[in-house]
Ligand binder design. Structure first.
Ligand code: DC
Length: 221
């Protein structure tokens, strides 16, 4: 059994940026669970399944094969063998992933994949319910957050750099809606685990956050 680190928090808190670097410094495997939900979402979007149509969803899920592959240490998402890693970071997929992830059958589908990875390897896994539901015995739990303004600005800049048309107000609203949905769903809602360390990154640069996570981990390993 490996040492597990769980990092949870809302959209735009900087989870993937710092988690990737912290994992690298510690020699851990980085597992981005949001990417798994995004992969299912893109498949359901392509199939035209509506999140409110539970029958269509139950019919579609068995044919969706989600796998992870690591290429030079970088996580790639395979959807029925197709590498969709470059297609899953759009606002449309973010929104759909948030909607579909509230459905129990979708969460169940990813549970084993996530737990199996953590069972054999030293992993640093990020998401919404890692410390509370997926890996409740993780050796270190971090709840990473930042103000809505800061998170929206980070996402806005990221999308602008990619040349995707959007306004700050639009991104802020999308983040607020996603926060609300992710925190208020019935199954595995986003919340801070009681034994998680809270890190508010509003006024911290990514390197400072990485060093804090690495230091917490080294105290516990
Ligand atoms: O971390 P992210 O923004 O890539 O996640 C996309 C959506 O997937 C997020 O809005 C909610 C869902 N998600 C989840 O429900 N549980 C996780 N462990 C990770 C992501």
């Amino acid at each position: 059994m490996g040492f597990n680190i769980a990092i949870d928090g809302p959209a735009g808190a900087g989870k993937s940026t710092v988690a990737k670097k912290a994992a690298e410094e510690l020699g851990f495997i980085y597992v981005d669970t949001g990417a798994m939900y995004r992969t299912i979402a893109i498949s359901l979007l392509r199939k035209g399944v509506d999140a409110s149509d539970s029958e269509a969803l139950e019919r579609a899920l068995p044919d969706i094969d989600v796998r992870i592959s690591y290429q030079e240490g970088v996580q790639h998402m395979l959807l029925n063998g197709e590498d969709v890693s470059n297609l899953i970071r759009t606002p449309e997929v973010s929104e759909a992933a948030s909607r579909f992830s509230a459905i129990p059958a979708v969460r169940k589908k990813l549970l084993d994949l996530q737990r199996n990875l953590a069972a054999t390897e030293d992993v640093l896994m990020d998401g919404r319910d890692i410390g509370t539901a997926i890996l409740p015995d993780a050796g270190l739990k971090i709840y990473l957050t930042a103000s809505v303004e800061v998170r929206a600005m980070r996402r806005y800049k990221e999308l602008q750099e990619k040349g995707q048309a959007c306004t700050f107000a639009q991104i802020r609203q999308e983040i607020e809606e996603r926060d609300y949905r992710d925190m208020h769903r019935e199954i595995a809602p986003l919340r801070q685990a009681e034994d998680a360390v809270l890190l508010d990154t509003s006024d911290m640069d990514p390197d400072t956050v990485v060093q804090k996570i690495v230091a917490y981990a080294k105290e516990r390993i």
